[in-house]
Ligand binder design. Structure first.
Ligand SMILES: Cc1cc2nc3c(=O)[nH]c(=O)nc-3n(C[C@H](O)[C@H](O)[C@H](O)COP(=O)(O)OP(=O)(O)OC[C@H]3O[C@@H](n4cnc5c(N)ncnc54)[C@H](O)[C@@H]3O)c2cc1C
Length: 592
């Protein structure tokens, strides 16, 4: 008898996979509009990764200095190295002030200035007057615990509007009908050891990013891109997977983030001769240049022997010149993180830092209504029944490089867009017919096959190897030779996956099984990432090819799409904004 013989069936208008900022905002938006909403999360909602977001959320409010959503849009297009879609970017930047007001109204305790206005800090790559003016004070924040404040407020509001939560349920796969429309998901309730099938009018994937493919990363261990992998298994492509952001200031060795807010408040980087080296690489913005620019500068300093420490393999972040009251009031998490993971008092000592994988720009291709897209023989098509939001989605507002504080904004604005689209197209409280068992039984059988694996290789061992391969062969600097080596090494690991050992075959809190399921998802995404990086023969944003060091707009101003079998295609970049309130932002050389 297989575990798939005892399944609980559920039916909802909207099934949201993920209860981070994106998932909760979509739950609130659709529940408020009268839809029955199931929000499924593999962890308790307020433990989702968004809780770790620190520095802030951008909006051109102009509370500190004059500002304009068009300048924000220009910065985002420039930050994206012109790979971002300008219709989606316009939608995000012009709706940012409204999103902040919405969050404020539901009780997010944002920090305020002496006049009682929302406090705004400067952040990397944010300027005024289309890059010609001063740095923009655009990031609204709740000290350096912005994600925590947003997530808790959203959770209580989603509960108030009767979202039904399914916490500690691991979603395994999408259910597709015979026409390849998405009609639900299957899930494993880890806490009770049961299996579930969710039927829905629409499924929204809000499963977050996949930075766990790298050995040194700033993300929590749950960031395994499960929704991305579900799409690959469902025969859908992922977009722009070669673009992985390395945050300049992960704590050396540990990876944990020291937020960019530390530099926004006046911190700076130093090499082993005590030089503020960023002034050489980015004369105008220095320590507040875009993250990819700083990460590459740091990697160069280290490679040229100016790193600090016994192995000259990291650099220093200095904040101890700031008044300790500023550190404790504006950067309490920075202080605590430096103490806990570097063992230092940041009011007195330099913080050891190195670039650390932080954010994944690529993901599930979607338009600014959050409808998932694929390419078929008839061209670009919408996948019926499926939407994607948050870090899992590639809309693409961040293009080749995301600017700090634009992710929280993306979650809020586009979760609201998804809710609007659903309200315009679907009827709330619709009774759905039961799905034929044949749609989901092969998926449950696959799950049983994994659960009962009797191989010899430990998942933890494979995961470590995968992370080391990605770190070594697909890091800040890439070449054809390195990427090819990485692709071969990953193929060997993938071949070993069926020989995995799972000692415990029960369904009740089986961590060994969970580890294997996440590893299966990570391995798929590593392969797709390396393949996309191999194919893109230029340098753009976070993707730097030493063998093709220049941006090549004639051949590569296009999105990449990669399928599970490594089939490769391209899609045009949408360079036309949504409205005539702003002209298309023309290509220019990206410099800070
Ligand atoms: C340390 C750190 C600090 C950051 N600070 C900022 C900042 O200041 N400003 C900013 O704009 N951005 C910041 N970012 C980026 C930002 O936090 C993330 O991009 C964003 O929070 C992602 O939100 P999300 O809702 O898409 O996903 P997440 O918050 O990662 O949530 C994913 C959800 O999906 C669920 N899930 C995943 N897989 C499954 C599955 N198989 N079954 C069921 N549920 C599943 C999880 O349980 C979770 O609920 C930061 C990132 C890091 C790493």
């Amino acid at each position: 008898m297989t575990s798939s013989t005892n399944i609980t069936f559920h039916s909802h208008d909207v099934v949201i996979v993920g209860a981070g900022g994106a998932g909760l905002m979509a739950a609130l938006g659709t529940a408020k509009r009268g839809f029955s909403v199931a929000c499924i999360s593999k962890v308790f909602p307020t433990h989702s990764h968004t809780v770790a977001a620190q520095g802030g959320i951008n909006a051109a409010l102009g509370n500190h200095t004059e500002d304009d959503w068009r300048w924000h849009m220009y910065d985002t297009v420039r930050g994206s190295d012109w790979l971002g879609d300008q219709d989606a970017i316009e939608h995000m930047c012009r709706n940012a002030p409204r999103a902040i007001m919405e969050l404020e109204k539901i009780g997010v305790p944002f920090s305020r200035d002496a006049n009682g206005k929302l406090y705004q800090r400067i952040y990397g790559g944010q300027s005024t007057h289309f890059g010609k003016g001063e740095l923009a004070y655009r990031a609204v924040a709740a000290a350096d615990r912005t994600g925590h404040a947003i997530l808790h407020s959203l959770y209580s509001q989603a509960l108030k509007h009767r979202t039904q939560f399914f916490s500690e349920f691991f979603v395994l796969d999408l259910i597709l009908d015979h026409d390849k429309a998405v009609c639900g998901v299957i899930a494993w309730n880890m806490a009770e050891g049961t299996l579930h099938s969710f039927r829905a009018q629409i499924v929204i994937l809000a499963t977050g990013g996949y930075s766990q493919v790298y050995r040194t990363n700033t993300s929590s261990s749950i960031c395994t891109g499960d929704g991305n992998a579900m799409c690959l298994r469902a025969g859908l492509p992922l977009q722009d997977m070669e673009f992985v952001q390395f945050h300049p200031t992960g704590i050396h060795d540990a990876g944990f983030l020291i937020t960019e807010a530390a530099r926004a408040e006046g911190g700076y980087l130093l090499n082993n001769i005590g030089e503020r080296f960023m002034q050489r690489y980015a004369p105008q913005y220095a320590d507040l240049a875009s993250r990819d620019v700083i990460a590459r500068a740091m990697a160069t300093e280290i490679a040229e022997g100016r790193g600090v420490g016994k192995h000259n393999d990291h650099l220093h972040l200095c904040i101890h010149h700031l008044p300790s009251a500023t550190i404790h009031e504006k950067l309490p998490t920075v202080y605590e993180t430096a103490q806990a993971f570097a063992g230092i008092d940041a009011c007195q000592a330099l913080i050891p830092v190195a670039p650390s994988a932080h954010y994944t720009m690529g993901g599930i291709p979607a338009n600014h209504h959050c409808e998932v897209k694929t390419i078929t023989t008839s061209g670009l098509e919408t996948v019926p029944g499926l939407m994607a939001i948050g870090e899992a989605a590639c809309l693409s507002v961040h293009g080749a490089n995301r600017l700090g504080c634009n992710s929280l904004l993306d979650l809020i604005v586009f979760a609201e867009s998804a809710a609007d689209r659903i309200a315009a197209q679907l009827k709330p409280q619709t009774k759905l017919s039961a799905l034929p068992a044949s749609y989901s039984s092969p998926l449950f059988e696959q799950f049983d096959h994994i659960r009962t694996a009797k191989g010899t290789i430990q998942a933890a061992h494979l995961k470590k190897e995968m992370q080391q391969i990605m770190q070594k062969y697909a890091g800040v600097f890439r070449t054809e030779e390195l990427l090819n080596k990485g692709a071969v090494a990953l193929q060997t690991l993938t071949t070993a996956l069926p020989d995995i050992a799972i000692g415990d075959q029960s369904l009740l809190w089986n961590n060994a099984l969970l580890e294997v399921l996440e590893l299966r998802n990570l391995l798929l995404q590593s392969q797709v990432t390396i393949h996309a990086a191999l194919m893109r023969k230029e340098s753009r944003g976070a993707h730097f090819r030493q063998d093709y060091p220049k941006r090549d707009d004639s051949n590569w101003l296009k999105h990449s799409l990669v399928w599970k079998d490594l089939r490769y295609a391209n899609r045009e970049v949408r360079q036309t904004p949504l409205s005539s309130d702003i002209a298309s932002i023309p290509l220019e050389e990206r410099c800070y």
